[in-house]
Design a protein around this ligand. Structure first.
Ligand SMILES: [Zn+2]
Length: 450
């Protein structure tokens, strides 16, 4: 088995995954108060592909991505939508499944809902109250932060720089402003509640994840993942709750960087493509996946139309490779150079899941095969792509490219608005995809470049 190492955000060190036990991965999923955007899709894609890679290396990986379907934001959004919160959360959960299904990566091994884990959540809170790490106050229950001596070890923050971001109204119920809610008493205007030893109410967000992770993976598991925006307070609080209750909890913390976008620019010129469903409808799932694996998962990734157009061009390069080299699979022994690229591809993924470097190996191989015959190149590229969820690109298709047509329409729009810089940018992208734009009496047309 290949040695796989992941950088642990808690220690800052590269950690080798154990080979003889289950690799349990718990990644924080979305809070379903709206349709998910590209930023929410990043952890989904990163952890789905990590699990897929580990399985392909013979590891026994088990991936859990939860759904937070009880949360303040959901009550607010349901009110705005004029819907009961339970119905609203169900509808948004279904939309999340539908949107992520369209990525074509399959589903995690399990996707627990907070609303279906209430018993485990209440039991864990009761344990913390019993051991003195938590206290009831006015029907709420709070975690006593100063009772857990390792508090702050993940985020490395000083107490004076910590803000739990909880509503101002709860301040008078806390012994210490550092404390955070595990259970919130039912409030006027909230249309759902669950019973507990402290009266009707609902769980806090952090305890939901501690309980769901344990229910699915047990008290100790290999990797806890999520976006870097969750380090504080969410993950810091998960550690406090679970470790104070005597669970070893996660061995490695793995955080993906944020998707960075200029919201103002986006809303003006780009419509709603930041929403995952819109981005997939416009560019196709492969382009969205290629974009998301184009950077190292820990680094921030810029999102704008330019980045998507670049991803379009890369995906098209791969499609063209399969169109051009339609020879049947080689029976000859694989060329040693091809074998080395395949090996480097896997080595890059094994070294802190460097998808950017892995994709560079794919393009090296594509470029070299376009220059000279290499036995086994076609199979190797197909095998590499399927590890990263892009295996569908190996299908040779002859039909006119829908995305190219869409880009052409976008170019015409840009020209009508006299945005010639943008129109030229799209023309260049189309050229890279193998299309020439020709003006005719009936308007602009796409002609394959000769
Ligand atoms: Zn979480």
């Amino acid at each position: 088995m290949r040695e796989v190492r992941i950088r642990d955000s808690l220690s800052g060190e590269l950690r080798t995954l154990p080979q003889d036990e289950e690799i349990g991965i718990y990644a924080c999923g979305p809070t379903v108060y709206s349709r998910i955007h590209i930023g929410n899709a990043r952890p989904f894609v990163v952890f789905m592909l990590l699990a897929r890679f580990l399985k392909s290396e013979g590891y026994h990986a088990k991936l859990i991505i939860n759904v937070t379907d009880i949360n303040d934001k959901i009550y607010d959004a349901a009110k705005d939508a004029g819907e009961p919160s339970e119905k609203f959360a169900k509808r948004m959960t279904a939309a999340y499944f539908e949107d992520t299904d369209r990525l074509g990566l399959g589903r995690p091994d399990s996707e627990p809902l907070a609303s279906e884990t209430i018993r485990g959540i209440v039991d864990l809170i009761a344990e913390l109250v019993e051991s003195g790490h938590a206290y009831e106050s006015g029907g709420d229950v709070y975690f006593r932060v100063r009772s857990f001596h390792h508090y702050g070890k993940l985020s490395n923050r000083r107490f004076e720089d910590m803000d739990q971001g909880e509503e101002a109204g709860s301040a008078s119920l806390k012994e210490d402003p550092l404390d955070f809610a595990l259970w919130k008493a039912h409030k006027e205007g909230e249309d759902s509640s669950w019973s507990s030893p402290w009266g009707p109410g609902r769980p806090g967000w952090h305890i939901e994840c501690s309980a769901m992770a344990e229910a699915e993976l047990g008290p100790s598991f290999a990797i806890h993942g999520g976006g870097s925006d969750l380090v504080f307070p969410h993950h810091e609080n998960e550690i406090a709750q679970s470790e104070a209750a005597g669970r070893p909890f996660a061995q490695i913390w793995m955080h993906n960087g944020m998707i960075e976008t200029d919201a103002e620019k986006m809303s003006k010129s780009e419509g709603n493509i930041f929403q995952l469903s819109e981005a997939i409808a416009k560019y196709g799932n492969e382009v969205v996946i290629d974009y998301l694996v184009s950077g190292h998962y820990r680094q921030p990734l810029a999102f704008d139309t330019g980045a998507m157009i670049q991803a379009c061009a890369r995906v098209e390069r791969i499609r063209n490779f399969f169109r051009e080299h339609q020879e049947p699979d080689d029976s000859k022994a694989e060329d040693p150079w091809v074998c080395a690229r395949r090996e480097d591809f896997r080595a890059a993924l094994a070294d802190d899941f460097n998808t950017a470097k892995a994709m560079a190996e794919v393009f090296d191989l594509v470029g070299e095969r376009n220059r000279r015959y290499l036995a086994g190149a076609r199979q190797a590229v197909r095998a590499m792509l399927s590890v990263l969820g892009l295996g569908s690109l190996a299908k040779a298709e002859a039909e006119v490219d829908l995305h190219a047509e869409e880009l052409l329409a976008e170019r015409q729009e840009a020209r009508a608005k006299k945005d010639f810089a943008r129109a030229d940018e799209i023309r260049d992208c189309l050229a890279e995809m193998g299309w020439e734009v020709r003006e005719s009496i009936d308007g602009a047309k796409l002609v394959p470049k000769g």
